[in-house]
Ligand binder design. Structure first.
Ligand SMILES: [Zn+2]
Length: 308
């Protein structure tokens, strides 16, 4: 499943390519025909990600997308329509399109391939959404109810408390509200579930998936089965900062790389993760054989030697 960094890249790309321009919206597959009709021929004003959700604002209507396990958006168009060709679940790479234009000068899209839930079109190209878990048009109150259920997203943090300059910049704010870290800490403190399970709960922290939870717990030397409420304040703060740093790297690089090349084994310099999907091989930090087990239907990877 795409983790939060992919949704933030998607929001940025939609912001670049569509926001402030009139777009055409259709549902070639038909399942989103009514919603597409509400969004069509309007000017999107803002795109944002919150955890694993994308929201595109068009005044009183908000387009909500959750990619789920299989969703992806592909982008095709002319030289003014540049960006990642696909964001979301991996897809076959397509050749650049042969650009043809209609009488208005708009790029003519290729016929839809497969089940395209929503097609977005502007002058310079088009984007196809396939396989989302959620694709809906929300009213403002509905949007507010959705985001009220989401935990803090480390990528949306206004003031990263770990960064002294940022803390100073917000010192003059008369009502800064609870920081993401404060909310994260408060929600963990109420739960007895294992911290590894808590990190996957989008109402506790939004945007973390299976890879970031395994890698952040490893790097913070935290036992995945420790009850969430038993983490020290220092561990909670360090974990929050770690997740933020990892997600920011993911946005910058477009892939999840938690193991820097200089830390990777010289036998496998391309390795990207410390523990994720490396069960059965020795821990790069302590040599213990890495383990995997099922937790709430998802595989949890960790080092039984140096975590906890
Ligand atoms: Zn270890």
């Amino acid at each position: 499943m795409p983790e939060g960094h992919t949704l933030h890249r998607l929001a940025a790309q939609i912001e670049d390519l569509f926001v402030g321009r009139r777009w055409r919206v259709s549902s070639p597959q038909g399942r989103f025909a009514a919603g597409a009709g509400r969004l069509d021929d309007r000017v999107p004003q803002r795109a944002e990600a919150w955890g694993k959700q994308l929201f595109v604002h068009l005044g009183p209507d908000i387009w909500q997308v959750h990619l789920g396990l299989y969703g992806a958006v592909s982008f095709r168009g002319d030289e003014h329509f540049a960006g990642a060709p696909t964001l979301g679940a991996p897809r076959a790479r397509l050749e650049p399109p042969t650009v043809r234009r209609d009488e208005d000068g708009w790029v003519v899209p290729e016929p839809p391939r497969g089940a395209v839930r929503a097609r977005l079109r502007t002058e310079h190209g088009w984007a196809d959404l396939r396989g989302p878990a959620t694709c809906a048009v929300l009213s403002v109150p509905e949007y507010e109810r959705v985001v009220a259920r989401l935990g803090p997203d480390p990528l949306r943090e206004r003031a990263d408390v770990a960064h002294p300059d940022a803390a100073q910049a917000h010192a003059a704010d008369p009502d800064p509200g609870p920081s993401g870290l404060e909310t994260f800490a408060r929600r963990l403190a109420r739960r007895r579930i294992p911290i590894a399970q808590a990190l996957m709960d989008q109402s506790i922290v939004a945007g973390v998936g299976n890879i970031y939870r395994a890698e952040s717990l490893f790097l913070e030397r935290l036992d995945p089965s420790l009850p969430a409420a038993e983490l020290s304040a220092e561990s909670v703060a360090a974990l929050w900062r770690r997740l933020g740093a990892q997600l920011r790297d993911g946005v910058a690089e477009g892939v999840i790389r938690t193991l820097r090349p200089e830390d990777a084994s010289r036998h496998d310099p391309a390795r990207r993760h410390w523990v994720y999907q490396h069960q059965g091989s020795p821990c790069l930090r302590c040599g213990t054989v890495l383990a995997v087990r099922e937790l709430q239907g998802r595989s949890l990877y960790w080092c039984p030697g140096c975590q906890g």
